[in-house]
Design a protein around this ligand. Structure first.
Ligand code: ZN
Ligand code: ZN
Length: 273
């Protein structure tokens, strides 16, 4: 299994998951021209992607999906609430599911799980390879971590996890109090501290890749997020690689398996633990 974060942050999110000849996209929050550019940077054609799962209706996750679906004939899947919240998805005949459903897409079995976020019916996903059993969790846009997540996201090989903001930088930052409350609230975005607490619970010796995602450009910094995570999981058995995904460039591939290492772009911040 290979995973690329095509970009992540409040200006757009898209994650490519590939396994056994199946390619799917989790979110397509970039304009189609930008998506094409980022896919071509890693030698992937839009036509080779079977479909996209949209996690929720916020623009930074859904922006390019309708045009891309028309252009490249993708099947698009979204929760019924997400389709209701973004009517264009209905026009392209997006296939509805209920948060919690498992979608079977070629070699990939994708379990969806409801996230606490201010969308209508937002989800995170666990994508499992039928051929190898490799598992990738992709979790962003959530204000807190429900207790049930420890079980849902256990035994992952790859974890892409929101580490949105430093709590001190959010308090001291440029946002008015109402926006600060939304971002830091229980249905907003996950802080570095909360991401670290969750990772401490769910990382294990077999986790090969931990990728921090959806970093705020105003209230976070890749080095601060990585440092915070490294400190949080220091007591665990984690022996994999840790990276911070970027808004402006593709990161990956992150490869599952005990004897593999990610090929990490030279420009990408990375800490080997
Ligand atoms: Zn978002
Ligand atoms: Zn959102």
């Amino acid at each position: 299994m290979r995973v690329w974060v095509l970009g992540s942050g409040s200006a757009g999110n898209a994650v490519l998951v590939e396994s056994g000849g199946t390619r799917i996209l989790i979110d397509a929050g970039f304009p189609v021209r930008e998506l094409a550019k980022r896919l071509s940077a890693i030698g992937v054609s839009g036509e080779s992607i079977e479909g996209a799962i949209v996690t929720h209706e916020h623009d930074d996750h859904v922006r390019g999906v309708c045009a891309a679906a028309k252009k490249w004939k993708w099947a698009v899947y979204a929760s019924a609430g997400t389709i209701a919240g973004y009517p264009l998805l209905k026009e392209i005949c997006a296939r509805p599911f209920v948060a919690g459903a498992t979608l079977e897409l070629g070699d990939l079995s994708v379990r969806t799980v409801r996230t606490p976020h201010d969308g209508t019916e937002p989800v995170a996903v666990v994508a499992s390879s039928r051929a190898t059993g490799a598992r990738a969790g992709i979790i962003y846009d959530l204000g807190h971590v429900p207790a049930s997540y420890r079980r849902v996201f256990e035994r992952l090989d790859i974890l892409v996890l929101e580490s949105n903001h430093d709590e001190g930088m959010l308090r001291a930052g440029p946002y008015p109090p109402s926006v600060q409350s939304r971002i830091g609230g229980a249905y907003g975005h996950l802080s570095n501290r909360r991401a670290g607490a969750f990772a401490r619970d769910c990382v294990h010796g077999g986790l090969a890749q931990l990728v921090l995602a959806h970093l705020s450009e105003r209230c976070n910094d890749p080095e601060i997020a990585l440092r915070s995570m490294r400190d949080a999981i220091a007591p665990t058995s984690f022996r994999g690689a840790m990276s911070a995904a970027r808004q402006s460039e593709v990161c990956g591939p992150f490869t599952a398996g005990r004897n593999t290492r990610a090929v990490i772009a030279a420009s990408q911040l990375s800490l080997e633990l």
